[in-house]
Design a protein around this ligand. Structure first.
Ligand SMILES: [Zn+2]
Length: 369
């Protein structure tokens, strides 16, 4: 049966070619590092969480009781902001908040203690100070109210730039957005629910859930968090550090303890809006070019209008990585990346993640088999 013989020989030849090809591929792959991309979130965390707290004050006379002038009458709330700051710094120094500051009329030298505290939160702890206007009025708002508050913050925290505006009552008036853009504000956080993903319009960043004593938020928060750790998203939780939302300061602190206990699961990036914004802008502009078997050039397609922050790159590697150099200097080997973007590398089996400032050359030192 010559035909069967032919088929058998052909099959044998094909099988041999295939075996050789597989073998070549395998030997070619050995020891080679492959760039996989820049993950959606820093440190390749699977989701991000932003805690937003409104109604921090700059006027020290409102530090215990805050008065709002609403429809011709005064409404007074207890202010727990100092308890909250103290509690978070003591117990969760790595966790950050975006806080909306009502700057008031006298946010200059009179309140230097409060402003130095805010400067410390921003510079040493990575918290974000957002503008929450000067007078906390509904729209339409004056330029003095909106732009004045930005000047108050930037004037009192040296070298700080306001990225985020939180309009009181969750709404902005006509023309307000144009003024904000001109003042360099990138992010406007509204009270509209429900946002689960990185915003495609940063001037329309919404909340996911309100953390307060009236809603069954604990269950919802838990559900959303587990959901997002599976699909990857952004959870924005907001509240007020006042008796508008809480019966007491300790009730507020307990709620934070609870929320942090399941959000801080090793898979979640607790971040602030400006950081998420910068990371996302950089991520879209990053170019990684392979120079040789173990070197990669990392650049941005265009320059940023802010000081770049470290960005995470993911690689597939099938050997132990002994060291990673960036422009010739060794990067620290990290067990934990933390929340504030920092430089370093970590290997977990075939996955290597590296966090660096764009604009340099990465070189990997691999072990011998
Ligand atoms: Zn408010």
């Amino acid at each position: 049966m010559p035909t069967l013989k032919k088929v058998l020989i052909l099959t044998l030849v094909l099988a041999t070619i295939l075996a050789i090809a597989i073998d070549i591929n395998a030997s070619e792959d050995r020891g080679i590092i492959k760039y996989e991309g820049a993950p959606k979130f820093y440190a390749k965390y699977s989701s991000a969480v932003i805690f937003r707290v409104d109604d921090f004050v700059a006027d020290p006379s409102y530090i215990h009781n805050i008065t709002f002038h609403l429809s011709r009458k005064n409404v007074v709330f207890q202010n727990y902001q100092m308890e909250l700051i103290d509690h978070l710094l003591k117990n969760y120094p790595d966790m950050r908040l975006v806080f909306g500051v009502i700057t008031g009329d006298i946010s200059g030298s009179n309140n230097s203690d409060l402003w130095s505290l805010y400067a410390e939160l921003v510079k040493d702890y990575g918290w974000e100070a957002a503008s929450h206007t000067r007078y906390h009025l509904p729209p339409p708002r004056s330029q003095a109210d909106v732009l004045g508050s930005i000047l108050d913050i930037e004037g009192n925290i040296t070298g700080y730039k306001v990225y985020t505006y939180i309009p009181p009552y969750g709404k902005i008036g006509k023309g307000e957005l144009d003024n904000l853009r001109e003042a360099g504000v990138k992010i406007v956080m509204l009270d509209k629910p429900m946002q689960f993903n990185i915003p495609n319009r940063w001037d329309n960043m919404r909340i996911t859930i309100k953390m307060d004593r009236t809603l069954p938020w604990k269950t919802s928060l838990k559900l959303m968090h587990s959901f997002e750790n599976m699909v990857g998203g952004v959870l924005i939780v907001y509240t007020h550090a006042t008796s508008f939302d809480w019966k007491s300061g300790s009730q507020l602190l307990n709620a934070f303890d609870y929320a942090i206990s399941f959000v801080n699961d090793g898979k979640t990036w607790i971040t602030v809006p400006s950081e998420l914004y910068k990371y996302e802008v950089e991520r879209k502009e990053i170019i990684v070019t392979q120079l040789n078997e173990t070197s990669f050039r990392v650049e941005l397609k265009k320059s940023m209008d802010f000081e770049p922050i470290p960005i995470t790159l993911s690689f597939e590697v099938n050997r132990d990585v002994k060291a990673v150099y960036y422009d010739g200097s060794p990067l620290p080997k990290l067990n934990y990346f933390g929340f504030v973007p920092t430089v370093g590398f970590q290997q977990q089996r075939n996955n290597l993640i590296v966090s660096i400032y764009p604009g340099g050359t990465l070189t990997f030192e691999l072990s011998e088999e």
